[in-house]
Design a protein around this ligand. Sequence first.
Ligand SMILES: [Zn+2]
Length: 252
Amino acid sequence: MSAAPSQDARADWDKICCPICAGTSFEHLFEKAGEPFVRCLECRLTLINPRPPFSAIRAGYDAGYSAIYTKKAAKKLRRARRRVHRLRRKFVAGSRWLDVGCSAGFVVRAAQDAGFDAHGVDIENAAITYGQETLGLNQLKVGLLHEQAYPAGHFHVLSAYDVIEHVPDLNAFVAELKRILHPDGVIDLGTPDIGHWRVPRALATWPEFKPSEHLYYFDRTTLARLMNNNGLRIERVRLALKPGLKVLLRHL
Ligand SMILES: [Zn+2]
């Protein structure tokens, strides 16, 4: 998407109410690749609105995306092991873990090696194939989370790293996380943090603004409100030296 689309080209775009406060008044911030970045005047959530339809966005998750991701496989696996290590002491061996938006499945591999019954789901077929063939994983599914119809209360650990900002229907996604989370389970979630002190003052220059990809930009307040609206609470926020929100969630 190089040239900015005309108003006509936006005729089939989705214009949404604020998914956190249902507000309909937005402040225009800037445009990037023809997509308008706006901020909700009530709750301050930043988002792309209106935006291309999800069918167009989904088509963008092609093999090129995972090729970028799998290039640094060894580094990704080391980071995955650190993430799993932080959580493993809270759970007994055999506890069920689902990595949502697992891409090639590095977190699934690390969780399995740490004794979890580890599963993954991602919309990108090429990444799942890589995980199955190269990482030897047989519990990866292709598709959207809600399409898997996991049993209620099934998973002791849900992880979603750099996923929630991509999801078209935020409330449906968070409600599904809550539904499949075990009563004593945790959700480990990471997303860019627009409220972080290292986000550039010239906001539009922040590289995390990605048209069609990153649809929402949370800070601690907006993320907490979204979670509370859906029956979850932030138990802990980890210190992040780069502009990322890293939170542990539980049932309210
Ligand atoms: Zn709002």
